[in-house]
Design a protein around this ligand. Structure first.
Ligand code: SF4
Ligand code: SF4
Length: 139
């Protein structure tokens, strides 16, 4: 439970470098002191990801970024206005009514581009899946 709490904190961008040390220490103690096989093996995913993907943990706690684009709290969705043709398909799919039209018409396009209101966006990803023009990025 304590390991889960630390991991949850990290995915929300609230983790610190000290949390990584605490997580690793806890994992080794749990592995060494558990009486059954479940406890002895449960920390393994954390230990192997800390070993093989430590740079991703550091990106979460230092830069507050999720390089894999998975942790919702660390993501933001944006429309690249020069790529947007203004078809409006993304806005139709958005469950939060977070996408509205701007005044900007990209060179060579007929309709004004759209934009995402980050305060309304619930980061569901439906807009990215809808846009055929790869005009929406998550970062
Ligand atoms: S679906 Fe893509 S091209 Fe169409 S309005 Fe949305 S961002 Fe622009
Ligand atoms: S990620 Fe979801 S909520 Fe956010 S703008 Fe796209 S469709 Fe709307």
């Amino acid at each position: 439970k304590r390991m889960w709490e630390i991991l949850d904190k990290i995915t929300k961008g609230k983790g610190t470098l000290e949390d990584l040390d605490k997580l690793e220490e806890l994992a080794y103690h749990i592995k060494a002191n558990s009486l059954c096989g479940l406890g002895q093996t449960a920390p393994n995913p954390v230990l192997s990801t800390l070993r093989c993907f430590r740079d991703e943990y550091i990106a979460h706690v230092v830069d507050k970024k999720c390089p894999a684009g998975v942790c919702k709290d660390l993501l933001s969705f944006e429309i690249e206005k020069d790529k947007c043709i203004g078809c409006g398909m993304c806005a139709k799919q958005c469950p939060a009514s977070a996408i509205t039209r701007t005044d900007y018409i990209a060179p060579g396009k007929k309709l004004a581009a759209m934009e995402i209101d980050k305060n309304k966006c619930v980061k569901c990803g439906a807009c990215i899946a809808t846009c055929k023009f790869k005009a929406i990025i998550k970062k």
